[in-house]
Design a protein around this ligand. Structure first.
Ligand code: ADP
Length: 707
C-alpha cells in the first residue's frame, strides 16, 4: 500500500513539475510584450534559465508575402497588427475578420539591451501552421515546408526549430512569411522563444528530454503489458492497456518536439497529423475497453458499442480525407463525443468507487488527473487558454495508476493462489490424516469382525461336534440302559434284585461322566475354554501337586514317590512356565489316576521332574509319571491318545473310563504348546510324560517361552 502511494505521489509530482518547465512559452503578466510591432527589452539576465516568448502585437501584412527588401523606411507598406500567439481565425485586420486559410507576413522589431550585442542569441520556432520562412535582420534563416499563395503551391511541415544569430545592432528585425491552406488553424499559434544561445538550447534540451522520457516510459509499459498479455491471454486488460500506452506514445511523438518527424524525416506532414488525430480517438476506445474489463457491471455495453462505432467512423474519416477536411470537423467530434465520453468514464469510476470495487479509488485519482489534462488540452487546442500540451503527462500519470492497479490485481491473484494452495495442502494433509484414522478404524473393525467370525465359527463347530459326539458315543450306553430297564419292566429281570439297580446306577454315572468329558473335550477342541495363563514357578507347582495327591495314593496302599532334579547350580525355584495351573493339574491327576487304576496293589508310581536343555533359550521341563502296571502294547500306544480309545483288552475296558481322558490331556498340552507322550514295556509298566517350555525368571524377559 505504501509503494502504491509513493508511485501516486511520484506521478503527481511529475505532473505538477512539468508546467513549470514549459511556463516560459507563455507570456506572463509583467513580462515584456510586443506593442504595435515593437518589443522593448530593457534588461536581460543572460545567466537565468528563462527564455522570452515573443508574444504581443506583431505587424501583419495579410495576403502578402513580403521580403526584407520590401522594407526601406520610405516605402514601407501600412501595417496592421495581430496577436501572437494566436490563429488567424477570429482576429481582425483593418476591420476585416481573418480566415484560418490564407497567407501573410509577420514582422517584429526587437530592441535588445546593449549587453546582448555581439553575443550569439537563439530563437526557438515552435509549431507554425503550417509553413513558414524566417528572416532575421534581413538574412534568410529558417523555413518549414513551402510557403505558397494557394493549396497547390504550398507544402505544410511541422518541426520545431532552433536558430542562432549574432545581432549587429540593438534592433533585431524578425520577418516571417506564413501560409496555411491545409488545416483548421493557421498562423503563428505558438510564440517564438528568444534568449541567449545557451538558454534556448537548454530549453529545447529540456523539452526533448521530457518527451523522450514520456515516450520511453510509455513504450516500456507497452512492451511490459504485451508480455503480460502473451503470458496469460485470458486477461485482455493487459492487451488493452498495451494498446492504450502505445497509442499515447505514438501521439506524443508527433506533438510538441515532433520526435517522430525528427527521427524519421520522411514522415510527411499529412501522416503526422493523421496519427495525431487517429491516436486520440483510438486511445479513448481502448481506455473504455480497459475499464470495461475491470468494471463490466459499471460500464454499459451500449456505451462500448457506440464508442466503437464512432471511433471506427472517425478513424476511417481521418484515413480517407486530407487534414483540411477532418480537422475542420474535429470540433464536433471533440464536443459531441470526446467530452461526453470522458465525463461518462469519470462517472463509471465514481460508480465503481461507490460500490467499493477493487482499485477504483486509485483509478479515480488517475482518471481525474488525466481528465484534467484532456480538458485542459481541449481548451489549449481551442485557443481558450495558452498553456502547453498536458495530455502526455496526464496519460503517464493515469497509466501509472492503472498499471499499478493491474499489478496489484496480479499480486492479489498470486496471494490468493498462494493461500488456496496452502489451504489445499492443509486439506490434503488433514485428508491423509483422516484416511489414516479411517483405515485404522476399519482395520480395527475388521479385526473385531474376524474375531467375532472366528468365535461364531468355533461355536458352530462346537455345536456340530458335540452333536456328532453325543449321537456317536451316547447311543451305546443309552441302548444298554434302555435294555436293562425294558427287561425290568417286562419282568425278565426281577425288579427287586439290587444287583441290576447297581448296574443301572453305574451306567448312568458313566453316562454322566461321559457327557462331562465330551463337553470338556469339545470345548477344548473348539477353543471355547479361556485359559488363565500366568507365570508359575514350575518345580514348586509340581511339588505341591505331588503333595496334594500323596496322601490319597498312599492310603490306597500304593507307593508314591517324587524325584526332583538335583543340579545345585540351577536356581530351580526361579524356573517359570506360563501355564494355566488348573489345567496342568487336570493333566497330572489324569495320568496319576490312570496309573493308579492299572497298577496292582502295592504297585509304585514315581513322579519325576526333569529339565531338558535343548537350547539355552528353549529349555523344557519334562514331568514323567511312571507306573509298575501291565504296560501298553506297541500297537495300542499310537491309539491311546485318540478319543474314545479304551484299549483292546475287554476286561480292561470294563475298568476304564470314557476313553477321553488322554485326548483331553493332549488338547490341554497343545494349548500350552507343550507335548504329551508315553513309552511302555508290556508286563513292566508305562511312563507317561508331558513337557512345557520354561525360562529362568532372573534372565531377560525376551527369552520367555510363553505359550
Ligand atoms: P480311560 O478314561 O478309558 O482311561 P484314557 O484316555 O485315560 O481313557 O485311556 C485310554 C486308554 O489308554 C485306556 O483305556 C487304557 O487302555 C490305556 N491306558 C491309559 N493309561 C494306562 C496305564 N497307566 N497303563 C496301561 N494302560 C493305560
Amino acid at each position: 500500500m505504501r509503494a502504491y502511494f509513493m508511485i501516486l505521489t511520484f506521478a503527481t509530482a511529475l505532473l505538477m513539475l512539468f508546467p513549470f518547465s514549459v511556463k516560459a512559452e507563455y507570456p506572463e503578466a509583467g513580462m515584456p510584450k510586443a506593442e504595435r510591432g515593437m518589443l522593448e527589452l530593457k534588461v536581460w539576465d543572460s545567466r537565468g534559465r528563462d527564455v522570452l516568448p515573443l508574444g504581443g502585437e506583431w505587424e501583419f501584412y495579410h495576403s502578402r508575402l513580403l521580403v526584407p527588401a520590401d522594407f526601406p523606411v520610405t516605402n514601407a507598406p501600412e501595417p496592421a497588427f495581430i496577436n501572437v500567439p494566436g490563429v488567424w481565425g477570429g482576429q481582425e485586420v483593418s476591420g476585416k475578420a481573418l480566415s484560418n486559410q490564407g497567407y501573410g507576413t509577420y514582422r517584429l522589431q526587437l530592441r535588445i539591451p546593449e549587453t546582448l550585442r555581439g553575443q550569439t542569441l537563439g530563437l526557438r520556432i515552435p509549431s507554425v501552421a503550417t509553413a513558414y520562412r524566417l528572416w532575421i535582420d534581413g538574412n534568410f534563416t529558417a523555413s518549414n515546408g513551402v510557403v505558397g499563395t494557394d493549396r497547390e503551391s504550398m507544402e505544410p511541415r511541422n518541426v520545431p526549430k532552433v536558430v542562432y544569430f549574432k545581432p549587429e545592432s540593438s534592433c533585431v528585425e524578425l520577418m516571417v512569411q506564413v501560409s496555411n491552406f491545409v488545416q483548421r488553424k493557421g498562423g503563428m499559434w505558438q510564440a517564438m522563444e528568444f534568449g541567449t544561445a545557451e538558454q534556448v538550447a537548454h530549453r529545447r534540451d529540456i523539452r526533448v528530454f521530457y518527451e523522450v522520457f514520456i515516450t520511453g516510459s510509455l513504450i516500456i509499459m507497452t512492451i511490459y503489458h504485451l508480455a503480460l498479455y502473451f503470458a496469460r491471454q485470458k486477461d485482455r486488460a493487459s492487451l488493452y492497456f498495451a494498446c492504450l500506452s502505445f497509442l499515447i506514445a505514438l501521439r506524443t511523438m508527433v506533438l510538441g518536439e515532433t520526435l517522430a518527424v525528427s527521427f524519421f524525416p520522411w514522415v510527411r506532414w499529412e501522416w503526422a497529423v493523421k496519427i495525431e488525430y487517429m491516436t486520440a480517438g483510438l486511445a479513448l476506445y481502448f481506455l473504455l475497453l480497459f475499464i470495461y474489463t475491470h468494471y463490466p457491471r459499471e460500464v454499459h455495453r451500449m456505451a462500448v458499442r457506440w464508442t466503437e462505432f464512432v471511433t471506427i467512423c472517425f478513424t476511417l474519416l481521418v484515413l480517407a480525407f486530407p487534414a483540411r477536411v477532418y480537422t475542420q470537423i474535429f470540433y464536433i467530434y471533440q464536443y459531441g463525443f470526446v467530452l461526453p465520453l470522458v465525463l461518462y468514464i469519470i462517472f463509471v469510476y465514481i460508480r465503481a468507487a461507490r460500490r467499493g470495487r477493487e482499485g477504483s479509488v486509485s483509478n479515480l485519482i488517475g482518471l481525474l488527473g488525466l481528465g484534467a489534462s484532456i480538458i485542459h488540452d481541449q481548451l489549449f487546442y481551442s485557443f481558450l487558454i495558452s498553456t502547453g500540451d498536458w495530455i502526455p503527462f496526464g496519460f503517464l500519470f493515469f497509466l501509472l495508476t492503472q498499471s499499478f492497479h493491474l499489478s496489484l490485481r496480479f499480486s492479489r491473484a498470486f496471494t490468493r493462489e498462494e493461500k488456496l494452495s496452502s489451504d489445499l495442502r492443509l486439506l490434503n494433509e488433514s485428508l491423509e490424516e483422516k484416511i489414516r484414522e479411517r483405515t485404522y478404524a476399519l482395520q480395527k473393525t475388521n479385526l473385531e469382525l474376524e474375531q467375532v467370525n472366528r468365535e461364531l465359527s468355533r461355536k458352530e463347530q462346537f455345536r456340530l461336534r458335540l452333536l456328532s459326539n453325543i449321537s456317536h458315543e451316547l447311543m451305546t450306553p443309552l441302548t444298554s440302559l434302555k435294555g436293562y430297564i425294558m427287561a425290568i419292566v417286562e419282568g425278565v429281570i426281577p425288579a427287586n434284585n439290587t444287583k441290576y439297580w447297581d448296574i443301572l446306577r453305574a451306567k448312568t454315572l458313566f453316562l454322566e461322566h461321559m457327557i462331562v468329558d465330551l463337553f470338556e473335550l469339545t470345548r477344548l477342541e473348539t477353543r471355547q475354554i479361556r485359559f488363565q495363563m500366568i507365570e508359575e514357578p514350575i518345580i514348586p507347582l509340581m511339588k505341591n501337586l505331588y503333595l496334594k495327591y500323596e496322601l490319597e495314593m498312599r492310603s490306597k496302599g500304593l507307593q508314591f514317590d517324587l524325584e526332583l532334579p538335583e543340579d545345585r547350580n540351577v536356581d530351580w525355584n526361579g524356573l517359570v512356565a506360563v501355564v494355566d495351573a488348573v489345567r496342568i493339574e487336570q493333566v497330572f491327576s489324569n495320568l496319576i489316576s490312570n496309573a493308579q487304576r492299572y497298577i496292582p496293589e502295592g504297585g509304585r508310581i514315581v513322579v519325576k521332574v526333569e529339565l531338558k536343555y535343548a537350547e539355552p533359550a528353549n529349555q523344557t521341563v519334562v514331568i514323567q509319571v511312571t507306573d509298575t502296571g501291565p504296560g501298553i502294547a506297541d500297537m495300542e500306544i499310537e491309539h491311546i491318545f485318540e478319543r474314545y480309545y479304551r484299549g483292546s483288552d475287554l476286561k480292561k475296558r470294563q475298568e476304564s473310563g470314557s476313553g477321553l481322558g488322554l485326548a483331553i490331556c493332549k488338547e490341554i498340552m497343545a494349548i500350552h504348546q507343550g507335548s504329551i507322550g508315553v513309552y511302555s514295556e508290556l508286563g513292566k509298566g508305562s511312563t507317561f510324560y508331558f513337557s512345557i517350555g520354561v525360562y529362568n525368571q532372573s534372565e531377560s524377559g525376551a527369552e520367555k517361552n510363553d505359550s
